[in-house]
Design a protein around this ligand. Structure first.
Ligand code: UDX
Ligand code: ADP
Length: 481
């Protein structure tokens, strides 16, 4: 180091390939297995921030890989296209060559899906680890040099131990260090969350080798994340923290949703209650918006996982406590349907209902566990006709409702979607729904016209003045009857 100048040492590494040797101009070769909602954006950000590393993302789904290599990425996320565009082909690569990727990598992030098990022991509760275990075996079989394996997928606590056992089962002398580095990004704000995270969590074994591996991972994030936001813990705390973080967030939503039911009975206004409660700095105001229920691929799955873990250890009271968060969420969705039925003279048969939004939240096309799926199913059972509208999620909505009997049509334009309908049900808090010309919508609808605002995003007083019968969440309904 001369005159305080930092000399960047660009390592030239020689890597053995099947057909000989080649020179890599990159400092590290990073691989991510699983090109989904977590793996894709996370690796795009690492590559974007760290041009000195080669980042490859592989997946068994070749169609997904070709979309990552195209102008039409497989997921919608604000800001994602720009960073993929900047790094792809420079130091970010998407490939279906999983074996080759494993062989070349120094660090492997495992970001495959771990859905809730649908069969056998723990069905409906425990995580289905078949994809994850297949990946662990594949890593072992294709490795001929030491590697750091990073758990990115949310996994049950102590999965790292199972991962270590699988990796070392053949005793082939190759060293694997397993780290836990859970992802806290939220969809719709993933790029912001990755660029400026509240914290990055890295869990490791507290052995010299474990700590050395941990430092290597910390070094990657330290390229753009301040060191005081990179938290290091033991590996089990890291695994558990991910489940608990999501459980706490979901618990806040169920708490305010449970109160929304009480508000409707007592003429209190849930938005006012939430504001008053959230202004206490010990509580905080975020994640206190009453809604038709939370969705997304993580909250339900992670709480089920937590509940399963507690029952496994005989902690029945603890399990019941967290299970209550899910029960309130189901109750909230049921309440919404019952309110629609009661408001529309207890029959929905033949009535046209327009759903504004199908994604589980705004700014994503993802519909996994979206409350809209169950609500659409129930409305169809009541023989309502559905018109589904969403700016980004219609492709997924079609797949979710495929095979469910009943009349469903899909229309991106909200005006066309609502025209001729008896009711509009707001399912997703897309900004576009706040700014529509509701007078024009009212004129185009059947009368009496209803709005069920499952997200409390609309100006209810104004809608009532226009002529709508308005049913918010946790507030007095404004009707003309
Ligand atoms: C969540 C966590 O926030 C994230 O840290 C973790 O990595 C993955 O799981 P995500 O599922 O993408 O992220 O979305 P999130 O913003 O947490 O919303 C989850 C659900 O809760 C959505 O359906 C959302 O609409 C709902 N929600 C959120 C409410 O109903 N009310 C609120 O106040 C906040
Ligand atoms: P998440 O939201 O956790 O990222 P996704 O379902 O979006 O979950 O992505 C997980 C990805 O992992 C999918 O694209 C899936 O095809 C991929 N995947 C699952 N098993 C394997 C495997 N054995 N090898 C490579 N990719 C896998």
């Amino acid at each position: 180091m001369v005159c305080g100048q930092v000399l960047k040492i660009w390592l030239i590494t020689v890597i053995r390939s099947e057909d000989g040797f080649f020179v890599s101009e990159f400092e590290k070769d990073i691989l991510c297995i699983g090109a989904g909602y977590v793996g894709g954006p996370t690796m795009a950000m690492i590559a974007f921030k760290c041009p000195q590393y080669k980042v490859t993302v592989v997946d068994i789904n070749e169609n997904r890989i070709s979309r990552w290599n195209s102008g039409n990425l497989p997921i919608y996320e604000p800001g994602l296209d720009e960073i993929v565009e900047a790094a792809r082909g420079r130091n970010l690569f998407f490939s279906a060559d999983i074996k080759g990727g494993i062989r070349r990598a120094d660090i492997i992030f495992v970001s495959v899906n771990t859905p809730t098990k649908t069969f056998g022991a723990g069905a409906g509760m425990a995580a289905d680890l078949q994809y994850w275990e297949r990946t662990a075996r594949e890593i072992r079989e294709c490795s001929d040099s030491p590697k750091i394996i990073v758990e990115k997928s949310t996994l049950p606590v102590r999965t790292a131990l199972a991962m270590e056992k699988i990796l070392t089962a053949e005793n082939n002398g190759i060293n694997f260090d397993v780290l836990s580095n859970p992802e806290f990004l939220a969809e719709g704000s993933a790029i912001k969350d990755l660029e400026d995270p509240d914290r990055v969590l890295v869990g490791s074994r507290e052995t010299p080798a474990g700590l050395k591996a941990r430092d290597q991972l910390v070094e990657i994030y330290a390229n753009w994340v301040p060191k005081d936001r990179i938290l290091t813990t033991n590996i089990w705390s890291s695994e558990l923290s991910k489940l608990v973080s999501n459980a706490f967030l979901a618990q806040r939503i169920s708490s305010i949703n449970s109160i929304s039911a009480l508000c409707e009975k007592t003429d209190a206004d849930v938005t006012e209650v939430s504001r008053a409660v959230g202004m206490d700095s010990r509580v905080g105001h975020k994640f206190l918006n009453a809604s038709v229920g939370f969705g997304g691929s993580c909250f339900k799955k992670d709480i089920l996982n937590l509940v399963y873990l507690c029952r496994h250890y005989g902690l029945e009271e603890v399990a019941d406590y967290w299970d209550g968060v899910l029960r309130i969420n189901d109750y909230q969705k049921r309440r919404f349907i019952l309110e629609m039925l009661a408001a529309m003279f207890n029959t929905l048969a033949g009535k046209r209902i327009c759903m504004f939004g199908f994604a589980f939240k705004a700014n994503t096309g993802d519909t996994r566990e979206s409350p809209a799926i169950g609500i659409a199913g129930r409305l169809l059972e009541e023989r309502a006709e559905l018109v589904i509208s969403d700016p980004k999620a219609l492709e997924n909505a079609r797949a979710d409702l495929k095979g469910i009997p009943g009349k469903v049509s899909y229309e991106e334009d909200p005006y066309a979607a609502a025209s001729g309908c008896d009711a509009v049900a707001v399912m997703t808090e897309w900004d576009v729904y706040r700014e529509l010309d509701y007078s024009a919508i009212f004129r185009s609808m059947s009368k009496p016209a209803y709005i069920f605002d499952g997200r409390n995003i609309l100006d209810h007083k104004r809608l009532h003045e226009i002529g709508f019968n308005v049913f918010p969440i946790g507030k007095v309904a404004l009707t003309h009857f």
